[in-house]
Design a binder for this molecule. Structure first.
Ligand SMILES: NC(=O)C1=CN([C@@H]2O[C@H](COP(=O)(O)OP(=O)(O)OC[C@H]3O[C@@H](n4cnc5c(N)ncnc54)[C@H](OP(=O)(O)O)[C@@H]3O)[C@@H](O)[C@H]2O)C=CC1
Ligand SMILES: CC(=O)N[C@@H](CCC(=O)OP(=O)(O)O)C(=O)O
Length: 346
């Protein structure tokens, strides 16, 4: 059994990790880390796991946890993992970080967009960006695994084959994305109060959302050069779900058949990517609670653009599910072990 510790287990991403790992046949949680609930029953905070999890919340002492765990998940705010990681911890355990601390290779870019000083830039070069469908071969050997963001996972997977195959002009990409409110975490914030979110929709982070450089970096690797794009997130009154609608100019003569072929080339054998085909719109309700990403597209012959659409559950494939998928790869398990939950509906 893989012994797993969760730092930040009482947040939305951490609690989803607890749910998924409870159902995982090859892993057990040995540490439910928290900051505000130390000493309280984990299942009194998350009663969906009442009578399932019989454990008290512990602190966030990663040194002590490293003695017990084969892998530590840090489902904590930006900056926490980078401020804690050290050689001693890494000599004893692996880290899967759900924050952005090790996602961006250029520390100056991280510090500019996140507006915090990176406390351990020496570990950035070795960290592996854990977008399994694209970086699978690098994941098994990782000591520090940077789990991609929720918007970024959906945006990159939706556009990757089109950029990699040179079917679109990468300088024309516009990503319009929507997220359910759990994407903002459990911490109390006025902007996330019921009356602020319910019956409302709004864009935020326009031209400056911190996921922009992460998407640009990864799609830049696919394009073979630096790219700039527009990414506009929106908050919508749902609990879970990310929907990406991405636009790009097609290169001359590119057909919908070529686009379909590109998606199939990269994803036809991917368990977690469901290709919907031309003319089918991805919907968040069909992936809720699962680790699936649904991708559809439509070519507009009038404007010579493609509109590509992706949907995922932000706390599953966008966070905890992808983190477990990465753990499976790091420990030599089948990638979908413990991750075969079907989407729930209604
Ligand atoms: N929510 C989502 O959809 C996604 C989240 N992520 C990332 O996952 C991480 C966690 O996000 P999320 O679960 O939404 O956040 P939450 O605010 O819901 O939870 C944060 C967790 O971290 C703990 N925590 C808060 N501040 C500190 C601190 N200073 N030191 C140590 N622990 C602290 C909290 O403890 P306590 O509850 O005890 O106060 C809680 O367990 C973030 O980096 C986020 O960017 C990534 C993809 C998607
Ligand atoms: C709805 C909402 O507020 N979403 C968060 C992003 C989700 C997240 O947790 O960020 P990472 O994926 O980078 O870890 C935001 O826009 O800041």
């Amino acid at each position: 059994m893989i012994k797993a510790g969760i730092i930040g287990s009482t947040g939305y991403a951490g609690a989803e990790l607890a749910r998924l790992l409870y159902q995982h046949p090859e892993a057990e949680v040995v540490w439910y880390g928290s900051r505000s609930y130390i000493g309280e029953d984990f299942s009194s905070v998350y009663r969906n796991l009442f009578r399932m999890v019989d454990a008290k919340c512990l602190d966030d002492n990663m040194e002590a946890l490293a003695e017990e765990a084969d892998v530590i998940f840090t489902a904590t705010p930006q900056g926490f993992c980078a401020s804690m990681v050290n050689d001693n911890i890494l000599s004893k355990t692996k880290i899967i970080d759900l924050s952005a601390d090790f996602r961006i290779k250029d520390v100056k870019v991280y510090e500019k967009w996140y507006k915090i000083e990176h406390k351990s830039p020496q570990y950035i070069p070795e960290a592996v960006y854990g977008l399994c469908e694209i970086n699978r071969k690098d994941i098994p050997g990782a000591r520090i695994l940077a789990n991609p963001g929720c918007y970024t996972t959906c945006s990159i997977l939706t556009l990757y084959p089109l950029v990699k195959e040179g079917l679109v002009d990468p300088d024309t990409i516009i990503i319009d994305a929507k997220s359910g409110t759990s994407g903002a975490g459990r911490g109390a914030k006025v902007a996330n109060l019921f009356c602020e979110v319910n019956e409302n929709m709004k864009a935020y982070g326009v031209t400056n959302h911190r996921h922009t450089p992460e998407i640009e970096e990864q799609l830049g690797y696919a394009a073979g050069r630096e790219i700039l794009l527009n990414f506009t997130p929106h908050l919508v009154p749902m609990n879970r779900g990310i929907l990406v609608t991405a636009y790009a100019n097609l290169k001359d003569g590119v057909t919908k058949e070529q686009i379909q072929e590109a998606y199939e080339k990269y994803y036809k054998d991917e368990y977690f990517i469901r290709l919907l085909g031309h003319g089918v719109c991805a919907e968040t309700r069909w992936v809720e609670g699962s680790n699936f990403v649904d991708i559809g597209f439509q070519v507009d012959p009038r404007t010579k653009r493609v509109v590509a659409m992706g949907a995922l559950d932000n706390v599953v494939k966008g966070a905890a599910g992808q983190a477990v998928q990465n753990m499976n790869l790091m420990f030599g398990l089948l990638e979908n072990t413990g991750l075969q939950q079907l989407p729930m509906f209604p």
